[in-house]
Design a binder for this molecule. Structure first.
Ligand SMILES: Nc1nc2c(ncn2[C@@H]2O[C@H](COP(=O)(O)OP(=O)(O)OP(=O)(O)O)[C@@H](O)[C@H]2O)c(=O)[nH]1
Length: 284
């Protein structure tokens, strides 16, 4: 197209015009504008830089465009922008960008979904752990021990339950203060947890009372273990007061015995240990 224009409209004095002769800029401009519009369908075939270059040849002496040529230049620019190739390539780009954005959004959403699920699980686990943990000592609480008992019950072996209660704990509070009493409970919790098997479950049953569940433990070994704990507590050096003792009630489960009845015997045994002078182990 540019060659055609060149040969058709180039005048002797190298000025383009409507009729190939005119030196009037406005005529050149209007012709080129109309021509560009009519070529709109073919605009794809002409690289825009070629057209732009063509028009740039009309720079004035100072290197700028005269008003008319400048308007043609602008029209070409606009037409180039509106040309099907330009539009369609833009459309492809937009479409591509949309797909990429969509994929990125989906991936991000999926990622967020997974993260959210994990955070929720962590929160849930933390909540469950909190609900099953004694705040003062950090030991498991009664609810946790009850659940463990159900798990232990799957086997046929004995399960031993020890109830351990600090002797005269009220007098510790009275003589040394409630905080010192708390410290005794914390120290005792650590001492006990350091001296049970990994398979045993230690819990703070309430107040100054602790419980130990020992799976696969017959009465003979449960007695030996309870006695070991009792003497260990009695000989341990605590902060304030230095010495404390504890009484222990012990029972071993019969086949499929509910925790309630196992606990009732251990509690009765503990009561007997207290009544027979404390710092003792009783098995029932
Ligand atoms: N410091 C402290 N004291 C507690 C806590 N829980 C319960 N107690 C106290 O423990 C004391 C238990 O007293 P009692 O039930 O009379 O038993 P005891 O003085 O240990 O006497 P015996 O069990 O018969 O040897 C009460 O004074 C409770 O207030 C606790 O978390 N911290």
């Amino acid at each position: 197209m540019i060659n055609t224009l060149n040969t058709t409209f180039l005048t002797n004095d190298k000025v383009y015009s409507e009729r190939g002769e005119s030196q009037i800029n406005s005529l050149k401009a209007s012709y080129l504008t109309v021509r560009m519009f009519s070529e709109l369908g073919k605009l794809d075939a002409i690289p825009s830089w070629e057209i732009v270059q063509f028009i740039k040849n009309y720079r004035d002496l100072n290197g700028g465009f005269s008003g008319d040529i400048y308007s043609v230049y602008s029209v070409v620019k606009t037409l180039t922008f509106l040309s099907p190739t330009h539009t369609s390539s833009k459309l492809v780009t937009y479409r591509l960008l949309t797909y990429v954005t969509l994929i990125l959004t989906l991936v991000s959403l999926g990622f967020l979904f997974v993260i959210r699920g994990k955070v929720q699980k962590i929160k849930q686990t933390a909540l469950e752990r909190k609900a099953q943990t004694d705040r003062l000592t950090g030991l498991h609480n009664r609810e946790f021990l009850e659940q463990r008992y159900v798990n232990y019950q799957s086997g046929k072996a004995h399960i031993a339950l020890l109830l351990l209660d600090v002797d005269h704990f009220k007098s510790i509070n009275d003589n040394y203060g409630h905080l010192a009493g708390d410290e005794v409970l914390i120290e005792l919790a650590k001492l006990l947890s350091d001296n049970i098997r990994k398979t045993d479950t230690l819990a703070r049953w309430g107040g100054e009372e602790f419980a130990v569940l020992c799976p696969a433990t017959d009465p003979e070994h449960a007695n030996i273990f309870a006695e070991k704990l009792r003497s260990m507590v009695a000989s341990h050096s605590f902060s304030k007061p230095e010495t404390i003792t504890c009484s222990i009630g012990l029972s071993c489960s019969h086949h499929n015995e509910p925790l309630k009845s196992l606990f009732a015997r251990a509690d009765k045994a503990l009561y007997e240990s207290k009544n027979s002078g404390r710092n003792k182990v009783t098995y029932l």
